[in-house]
Design a protein around this ligand. Structure first.
Ligand code: GLA
Length: 391
């Protein structure tokens, strides 16, 4: 892979790349639509991700090229940029914009991007490209932001330049991920622990619905707003900053403050899901994968019925899980509205699971999903360093 990227770089720019960076995508094991409510999430970095190769030019120009997309951009270094249309290069452009507006001195660069995360699959290709670009600029120009600052500024770019009001989970996971570890992240304090993913005889399967995600961004922002409305109602009597500052028992005591029935359902999902993450962490630590799996199913049902971000395709994935004795649990992962599901599957039964899932899903949905066995990999870094640690 790396050799081929270097060759492609040379073909495109007629010179050798000076360095290469990689940032992964992520899956979230449990804790969905929690990050922007200040609760607990449990994501892991995966081994699919974004590669960027670079060389300096002396022309004060940034050249963005991609092996995935035809659109390209040549643009001078200038005080800032605007988002343009819906093209892929808005993500790195937003990162450049942020660095330039923070008065960081950049020089002309030729950049080649390649990603092997399926686009719009809910595996965070956008956080991956943002964090990869931020890490690259910080490292190459020796700017001195901490990794956490790179995470925070990447989120800010997604919120303000791209216009999606996401929380911090994806950028955090792709930056801080560790091989064979899940991150237990508190999205309020940003304290985290990398815990052994400890799946025993199970492995993690990713099932891509292959459903194009239309309207996902506007629906996502609508959910964020509904949670803010719920918080505001609860704040009439409770001194809290986030929905996840209370647990299910407290919620039941104060839920009368929320009068809109839709907002009430959204808040119930968030607060119960946050409690589920605590139970899931204990189950994982105890090696109780069956209990972990049951919590995954409960999470899925809540995202389907209370949060209403699932859909027939994702529901079919969870539904098939229940019919296969080798599956401990399954659920949608990420924002929803299409994208991917995950399942905990006995490694010995993976091939049978894959076949069964493809048949069941195709019979219901009319086209096939893609099913992968996923490895848990490292976070962002310089490619040669990462290769030593076997991404
Ligand atoms: C998307 C967002 C994240 C998070 C998840 C849902 O991936 O980017 O911030 O809210 O959805 O858990």
């Amino acid at each position: 892979m790396k050799q081929d990227l270097y060759r492609q770089f040379k073909n495109l720019f007629n010179k050798n790349a000076e360095s290469a960076y990689f940032s992964p995508g992520r899956v979230n094991l449990i804790g969905e639509h929690i990050d922007y409510n200040g609760g607990l999430v449990m994501p892991c970095a995966i081994t699919f991700g974004t590669y960027i190769l670079l060389a300096e030019n002396n022309e004060n120009l940034v050249r963005f090229r991609s092996l995935n997309f035809d659109e390209k951009l040549d643009i001078p270094i200038q005080p800032g940029y605007e988002k343009s249309g819906e093209t892929w290069f808005n993500y790195p452009l937003g990162i450049f914009d942020h660095f330039l507006k923070a008065n960081k001195k950049l020089q002309g660069l030729d950049l080649l991007f390649y990603g092997d995360i399926p686009i719009s699959s809910g595996l965070s290709s956008s956080a991956s490209i943002e964090v990869a670009t931020a890490f690259l600029l910080n490292d190459h120009f020796d700017i001195g932001f901490t990794k956490l600052e790179l995470v925070q500024l990447s989120k800010k770019v997604e919120n303000e330049f791209i216009g999606v009001n996401c929380g911090i989970m994806d950028q955090f996971a792709v930056a801080f991920g560790e091989k064979d570890k899940a991150l237990m992240l508190n999205c309020d304090t940003l304290e985290y622990q990398a815990v052994d993913s400890n799946l025993g005889e199970y492995c993690l399967a990713i099932i891509n619905t292959n459903k194009p995600r239309k309207l996902a961004e506007s629906k996502y922002n609508e959910r964020v707003q509904e949670c803010q409305d719920a918080l505001k109602s609860l704040q009439q009597e409770l001194d809290i900053q986030n929905l996840c500052d209370i647990d299910t028992a407290q919620f039941d005591q104060y839920k009368h403050l929320i009068t809109d029935p839709i907002v009430l359902k959204r808040a119930r999902h968030v607060i119960e899901e946050n409690d589920r993450v605590k139970l899931a962490a204990a189950a994982l630590a105890a090696g109780n994968l069956n209990q972990f799996g049951q919590l995954m199913y409960a999470s899925h049902d809540s995202l389907k019925n209370l949060y209403e971000v699932s859909g027939q395709e994702l529901d079919t994935i969870a539904e098939y899980g229940k019919t296969n004795a080798d599956v401990a649990g399954a659920r949608m992962t990420g924002a929803g509205f299409g994208g991917c599901g995950i399942a905990l599957v006995k490694e010995s039964g993976f091939e049978n699971f894959k076949q069964g899932m493809i048949e069941y899903y195709t019979a219901k949905i009319g086209y096939a999903p893609s099913v992968y066995q996923s490895a848990i990999g490292n976070g962002v870094g310089i490619l040669k360093e990462l290769e030593n640690s076997d991404i």
